[in-house]
Write a protein that binds this ligand. Structure first.
Ligand code: FAD
Length: 293
């Protein structure tokens, strides 16, 4: 049975998803699960867990999604990248993911390993995410598939148009939903969505939201992923180093951002929660997304 991840984005209801990463320690798992308990009260359609560079978190990713599913009875997605893996290793991961109850795969190429400038496929491996989508669709058709999209254009793309054509290739290969890179200028997202529609992309395009809680942390994250931080937002955050103050400024920004996106008719929201519940919960409460008691 193919579990379509697109079914979470039906008209009239905002599909919510949360992205976690595997904690480094077992103690961290318990803390994470306590945060997930708070987040599931917002009735997300599914929860995802990232896959570390070069497969470094392979088993931990599966362990986290297994525990989240077991404890909260909620559909789960494992991320998977092509980095450092042969096709046989990718097949083994997908077979293990099936055993762990994974419903969906977020199919990615991944970034070049630290210290390397360009992505190099290993011998017997894959070069681009569309090839991974193809592998999943043909050999593991039971998984729903999400792919990554870039409102500000992926930093290695030859041009914005080439990047869009790549996105379309991933969807034509079997991707069902686009989860976007985090961004802080809604106009970038809205333009990207228009351009996707213009080249015939019909899959739900779900904005990726990371509520800022700390300036230094978000500057590190955006330096890695290439997303731009608006100058006036940075100025506002820099005015006071107090952590409560920065949290408040970040929540107010994310609330305005999400409200504007909701008014523009987005199908859902994908939150990069950074393994904590407070910021995302504050934004969802502020925009009036119902929480079960
Ligand atoms: C929602 C989301 C979740 C993520 N989760 C993770 C994670 O768990 N682990 C992790 O390591 N990283 C993760 N990333 C980061 C991601 O791995 C990087 O952004 C990576 O650099 C690109 O991955 P991709 O799947 O978009 O690659 P691709 O779609 O393969 O694209 C990579 C680059 O190649 C270009 N391209 C694609 N196909 C072709 C072609 N045929 N010819 C020429 N150029 C082409 C594209 O335009 C793009 O510039 C995530 C990103 C997002 C948005």
């Amino acid at each position: 049975m193919n579990r379509s991840i697109a079914a979470h984005y039906s008209a009239g209801k905002l599909g919510i998803s949360f992205e976690l990463f595997p904690p480094k320690t077992a103690d961290g798992d318990e803390t994470l699960l306590a945060h997930v308990r708070e987040l599931v009260r917002f009735q997300p359609g599914y929860i995802t867990c990232t896959y570390g560079a070069g497969g470094s978190t392979r088993d931990r990713t599966l362990e986290i999604v297994r525990r989240v599913k077991k404890q909260f009875q909620i559909p789960i997605a494992s991320h998977l990248t092509c980095v450092g893996s042969t096709v046989d290793q990718l097949r083994r991961f997908l077979a293990d993911a099936e055993q762990h109850g994974v419903d969906y795969v977020v199919a990615l190429r991944g970034d070049p390993p630290r210290g390397e400038l360009a992505f190099q496929a290993v011998e017997g491996g894959l070069r681009y995410a569309n090839e991974l989508v193809q592998l999943i669709r043909s050999e593991f058709p039971q998984f729903g598939i999400a792919v990554a999209g870039y409102p500000e254009t992926h930093r290695e793309a030859a041009s914005p148009q080439a990047d869009l054509e790549n996105l379309k290739r991933k969807l034509d290969a079997g991707g069902q939903v686009v989860l976007t890179q985090l961004f802080y200028n809604n106009d970038d997202f809205l333009r990207f969505r228009d351009r996707c529609q213009a080249i015939g992309i019909r899959a739900p395009i779900v904005p990726g939201i990371l509520p800022v809680t700390n300036l230094a942390q978000i500057q590190k994250i955006t330096a890695l992923c290439g997303a731009k931080l608006p100058t006036d937002f940075v100025e506002q955050l820099s005015r006071n180093a107090d952590s409560d103050w920065q949290f408040q400024v970040g929540i107010e920004f994310a609330t305005r951002q999400v409200m504007q996106l909701v008014r523009s008719g987005i199908p859902g929201l994908h939150f990069y929660v950074l393994n904590k519940s407070q910021a995302t919960a504050a934004v969802l409460n502020a925009v009036g997304i119902a929480r079960a008691s």
